[in-house]
Design a protein around this ligand. Structure first.
Ligand SMILES: Cc1cc2nc3c(=O)[nH]c(=O)nc-3n(C[C@H](O)[C@H](O)[C@H](O)COP(=O)(O)OP(=O)(O)OC[C@H]3O[C@@H](n4cnc5c(N)ncnc54)[C@H](O)[C@@H]3O)c2cc1C
Length: 471
């Protein structure tokens, strides 16, 4: 990975990305379409191998890349899916290889072609980074922490970033465009405030969900007839869930989750006890005699958090914010990387349109327009995640409106129908994987099945949840 040579040639169009995780790497990839030079400033040193790293504390946890996300990665890096396959990431068909216990019972199993490669987040990040390293226009500045934005006189335009290197030296890195992709703990609100801007409004919805995860080389009962298993929590009374997820090198990540501060413990006995308490025995049976290859990793900062940059009356020119730095989700819905990928495509689109309208390299209005477009991209995933979190009475950050409650009811009906219908189940999986919008649930054939179910008196979700321990 190359180290930075400070670019002082302001004739060249230089972009800087703060943060070299998924959102930053994908933003950098699309910036190469529009800038001569793109520098990714990352406070960590990147590991040689695909391994967890300090700057991404969630990197020990399982990360599902949704099918739409994988398709976008493939679009940005042709051949990436095949590369992941060559390194041992298995193909998972999300209806054939996925054993899901949800409101509709066990999901039907059949091939649908809704596939992804399952692997660790670390592998995805490492392969993207390696691909970017082959671009002449990309530079990585590792072990460099951005400590502030550089601006013109009057602070109307961002002109670069200030970077503290590992030896404590501060350097200034000029840029025509700066993108903040520094994640959930981004300092942009404080930086903007320091420059005389309002801080963006923040919306937080917290279901107090916690993870405890452990990695295994093999499980107690192999071979298993699935590659992913999910025992889903069920509001209002079953806050616990568990996931078994196949990753590269024939390993498994097992995650226990608990909603409403019912956090899974991180000691041996507590971890097993929590697994044993789940509403179906598969996870416990899979790990009770299995040899773990990691400690138990806990993670609890999972609130949905949205910063409304699009609503600021003033926003600095030549600047944008992407990924978790703008919108971080409760991770249990597996949306973050895919939304980061959608954000990168949006940035690309905004840049294309901007330069089509202007023949020079002037960027006035671009950042502001981008934040507005990005907020539209974030809307549906945000509603999906927070809407589901509002099923729990312990969730803080608002109460479900009567429309949300109606949607909960309707979605419950769809889930009940989908337990019996492969056609509806496939639509459910497509919506979860961002291949179809949630309005797909309103298509006439699904509406008709829901109506039939309700008229036949089979739509009572309480009855179903009482019989939830089904195996
Ligand atoms: C427990 C958990 C499970 C998750 N599971 C999933 C999942 O199943 N599927 C999914 O799609 N998503 C999941 N996510 C979300 C996913 O991790 C993120 O959405 C994704 O990594 C994109 O985040 P990001 O790149 O915006 O920020 P991050 O991944 O947080 O990265 C921010 C980067 O910026 C760097 N940085 C921070 N500050 C500075 C600075 N001042 N200067 C330089 N560098 C800086 C950090 O070191 C880091 O590399 C999960 C998240 C959590 C917490």
């Amino acid at each position: 990975m190359s180290h930075l040579k400070i670019a002082n040639d302001t004739e060249r169009q230089q972009a800087v990305v703060i943060g070299g995780s998924i959102a930053g790497l994908l933003a950098a990839r699309v910036l190469t379409n529009h800038f001569d030079q793109v520098t990714i400033v990352e406070r960590d040193r990147f590991p040689e191998k695909p391994e967890p790293r300090q700057g991404v504390p969630q990197s020990h946890q399982l990360h599902v890349l949704l099918t739409q996300g994988q398709r976008i990665l493939e679009q940005l890096f042709p051949g990436l899916t095949e590369e992941l396959a060559e390194i041992g990431a298995e193909s998972v068909d999300w209806t054939a290889d996925y054993q899901w216990l949800f409101l509709g019972g066990w999901g039907p199993r059949f091939p649908s072609g809704i596939t992804t490669r399952t692997c660790t987040r670390n592998l995805i990040e490492a392969r993207i980074r390696q691909r970017l390293a082959t671009y002449n226009s990309i530079e990585f500045l590792e072990a460099g922490t951005v400590t502030g934005l550089l601006t013109n006189q009057g602070n109307t335009t961002v002109t670069g970033v200030r970077v503290r290197e590992s030896d404590g030296t501060e350097v200034e890195l000029p840029a025509q465009f700066v993108v903040d992709a520094s994640g959930r703990y981004s300092k942009t609100p404080q930086w903007l405030q320091g420059l005389g801007y309002e801080t963006p409004q923040k919306t937080t919805v917290n279901s107090f969900l916690g993870y405890a995860s452990r990695w295994y080389q093999s499980l107690s009962r192999e071979p298993l007839d699935y590659k992913v298993l999910y025992l889903m929590p069920k509001a209002p009374h079953k806050p616990r869930g568990g996931v078994i997820y196949r990753v590269e090198n024939n390993r498994w990540i097992v995650a226990l989750i608990g909603v409403g501060r019912d956090y899974p413990p991180t000691d041996e006995a507590g971890f097993l006890g929590f697994a044993h308490s789940l509403h179906s025995p598969e996870v416990y049976e899979a790990i009770k005699d299995a040899q773990p290859i990691s400690p138990i990793y806990s993670y609890r900062r999972t609130e949905n958090r949205l910063l409304h940059y699009e609503k600021l009356s003033r926003f600095p020119e030549n600047f944008g914010v992407v990924g978790d730095a703008v919108c971080a989700f409760n991770p249990v819905y597996g949306q973050g990387m895919t939304v980061a990928a959608l954000g990168a495509l949006t940035l690309d689109q905004c840049l294309k349109q901007h330069f089509q309208r202007r023949s020079n390299q002037e960027l006035t209005g671009l950042g502001r327009h981008f934040q507005k477009q990005l907020s539209k991209v974030n809307t549906v995933p945000w509603l999906m995640a927070t809407g589901d979190d509002f099923r729990w009475s312990t969730t803080e950050g608002g109460k479900p409106s009567s429309i949300t409650r109606l949607l909960h009811w309707y979605l419950d009906q769809v889930m009940l129908v989908s337990g019996e219908s492969t056609e509806v189940y496939k639509v459910l999986i497509e919506v979860i994987h961002f291949l179809k919008p949630p309005t797909a649930f309103l298509q006439p054939s699904i509406l008709a099945q829901v109506l039939r179910q309700v008229m036949n008196g089979h739509g009572n979700t309480d009855v179903v949840s009482k019989s939830f321990r089904t195996s």
